[in-house]
Write a protein that binds this ligand. Sequence first.
Ligand code: SGN
Ligand code: CA
Length: 515
Amino acid sequence: MPIALALPLAFVAAAGAQPPARPNIVFIMSDDHAYQAISAYGSALSKLAPTPNIDRIAKNGAIFTQSFVGNSLCGPSRATLLTGRHSHAHGFRQNGNRFDNRVWVWPRALSQAGYATAMFGKWHLNYSPEGIGFDDWKVLDDQGEYYNPDIITPKGRSIVEGYATDLTTQYSLDWLKTGRDKSKPFAILIHHKAPHRNFMPALRHVQKYQGVTFPVPASYFDDYAGRKAAAAQEMTIYRDMYEGHDLKMTVAKGSAELRYNRWPGAFDRMTHTQQAAWDALMQADNDRMNAANLSGHDLAIWKYQRYMQQYLGTIAAVDEGVGAVLDYLEDSGLDRNTIVVYTSDQGFYLGEHGWFDKRFIYEESMRTPFLIQYPGHIRPGTRVAAPIQNIDYAPTFLDYAGVKGPATIQGRSVTPLLAGRTPPDWRKDVYYHYYEFPGFHAVRAHYGVRGERYKLVRFYGDDLDAWEFYDLKTDPREMHNRIDDPAMKAPIAAMKKRLVELRRQYGDGSGPSIS
Ligand code: SGN
Ligand code: CA
């Protein structure tokens, strides 16, 4: 791509800009937002549930089509994005571990380099970001609640009436407009709880997708043949979702009482007015469901539709929030010198293999959306296919800000990719290690490597030590485990070698060693 090579400089020259000011950074991250649910990725859901504002970032800048996490779970992923290190290196391997706020993180490095810094929304690493180096912060408690959440600030904790996504957006806009030290460049982390379980849309979006029929993934009724860990999970929509808590199904026609509602707190904290409005918005749809008296296959399909309607409904407020932030940046002229990123802490299953949740190395959860704009530095409409991982975020921001990072960082700045140049030694394969077992959804611990064409995985622990191998070219849905296929002997050996090398390269001695 010889033309792209000269582009960034050409941009600066054409704009006749003065010596470049250090860029501002707006890092927007949602929780469990599948790339399949972002229309810029063009999946089957795109037309039915578009995300026009998130898509603006791809239009203004770049979209990464091969963006991955190293451990598809909230806490480990957040620790990785802050430190640029894999789970075994930063030590936060599974939810419930504690993050030491004193370790090196890029927001503190930027603060020390003269940036104004802030963080709003879901933190989920420990009680609060106290000590991280943010000038200002307001966070949800732990997983956070959608309605009237507990908000923790440097001054203490209180219940705030409102919808979590809107509050997070509002806090962020307030800080951008009036809260920050305007003599400094800024870095703000906006971390939404949505669309995380239990998938409660804002009242204005509860009915947004009611009655819409979404395409059911081809693997929805997967039988998990040849895949022991996949068969053993507890994250199947039609078997494991709680009918009340997750799917908001009521017990009978005419009743607003929910079916099994494991954690009633998500609803109990609504005000009477919110609760009444919610019930009224759900009533007719639930009455129809109860009157139809569905079972078996039909009920399984109905549950998929209800899951999608709610999940995508929560994303509507996130998309509006992204729009409000972009509008502010544009109206104020700040956009010209601001990097904006939209990503998620990991991917998510939207019915593929019959699942919700994440955790597995299989594509939909290992992949995560990554969109970035930086006018004058990233050509609008750029698509990057080189594989990146969440260990790369920290070095990328440091690189753009001109700040040096520690040698402990395991990722690599993606700025050359954004300038249209793939360094010859850019990684071709991506390392993965998931630890949380036993735990929610019963996904066994596993490590593996995803290459351009093949994926090798080893599940371990408990009663299981099982290898899997996939040819993503002929089997993109990862339905056929080819580990015992003699025709695959050579690529399996090659990938095993890569896995050993990657474990050595990253210094991951955790889990069983490979002989
Ligand atoms: C909660 C959810 C799980 C989810 C984990 C981890 N259950 O425990 O479904 O896998 O969070 O999510 S819930 O009904 O209590 O919400 S993560 O994104 O925080 O890692
Ligand atoms: Ca998450």
